[in-house]
Design a binder for this molecule. Structure first.
Ligand code: FES
Length: 284
């Protein structure tokens, strides 16, 4: 287990404030908030961003690169695009000096202990858990797919009936939604848009909040209105996602115009993701 290393005097770090240090060739960032000290690796687990350069607010540090937030008390990843905690290190204050002990050796011991505990589980328990997991993971995507498949078919059927009642009436058709275009169809099409940071489609990520099919002045055409959000306000992929959404939706038959509005309320959280997205990201 590594020893504590003196890194600073208490008065050297503003409260609130933070400062980066190099300990054993490892960059760490020491936080000082409300008289307490916390220490994390100065590395964002998403793509190596320097956490010490981020915005500190409410005991969370936001990575300056793509905005992922980490709890400074334990390093837990709180928002996308980070999904893994960054290392948290022990801190003690003695005689007005701040000391840090790197967690690497301790973490290894914890991992070994966890592995030993897991090995003590019975084979029956493991089998039961695996079966339960498979059951849970297997059922959700199926029901999602069914729901998405069902809606377009229903829309198509009802639209055909409407057309049959007044097949030659332009006034009757004016302003009506083309039978093949529906919210479900648009939602399915938006699954072609992949978040370049997470490699998961934006629908399963829960970024699409609202889809409306609106009448277009030209007969047989519709406008599509989409409200969506981003995993963080600082997401650099925002313009690319917007362009890709407009492109895929604009290619659907019957779409005249696509309006896309980016909103930041309600704030996106990992809870918005479907089970499919969680599976792909390894979050359980
Ligand atoms: S590197 Fe930190 S959020 Fe991407």
């Amino acid at each position: 287990m590594s020893d504590y290393v003196r890194v600073a005097e208490v008065g050297e770090i503003a409260d609130p404030g933070r400062q980066t240090f190099e300990v054993d060739e490892q960059l760490i960032v020491l936080f000082h908030v409300d008289g307490e000290f916390f220490c994390l690796d100065d590395v964002c687990t998403h793509d190596g961003g320097p956490l010490g350069d981020g915005v500190l607010e409410d005991l969370q540090i936001a990575c300056p690169r793509h905005g992922a937030k980490f709890d400074i008390r334990d390093g837990a990843a709180k928002t996308m695009p980070a999904t893994e905690a960054t290392a948290a290190h022990r801190v003690k204050v003695e005689n007005g000096e701040v000391w840090v002990r790197l967690s690497n050796a301790e973490t290894e011991a914890e991992i070994a202990a966890a592995e030993n505990a897991a090995a003590e589980n019975t084979a029956a328990e493991n089998t039961g858990q695996a079966a339960q997991s498979q059951s849970i993971l297997g059922s959700a995507p199926a029901s999602t797919t069914n729901a998405l498949d069902a809606s377009p078919a229903e829309s198509s059927e009802s639209g055909s009936e409407a057309n049959a009642e007044s097949p030659n009436s332009e006034s009757a058709n004016a302003g009506q939604t083309p039978a093949e275009l529906s919210e479900a169809v648009v939602r399915e099409e938006l699954k072609k848009v992949i978040d370049p940071e997470l490699f998961v489609n934006i629908v399963d990520l829960g970024l699409v909040y609202q889809i409306e099919i609106r009448p277009h002045e030209e007969v047989g055409q519709s406008d599509v209105y989409i409200e969506m959000t981003l995993t963080s306000p600082m997401c650099p992929a925002g313009p690319q996602l917007v362009a890709n959404c407009k492109q895929v939706v604009g290619q659907l038959p019957g779409v005249a115009d696509t309006e896309l509005k980016l909103v930041m309320q309600p704030t996106w959280t990992p809870d918005c993701m479907t089970d499919d997205a969680r599976d792909q990201l390894g979050i359980f």
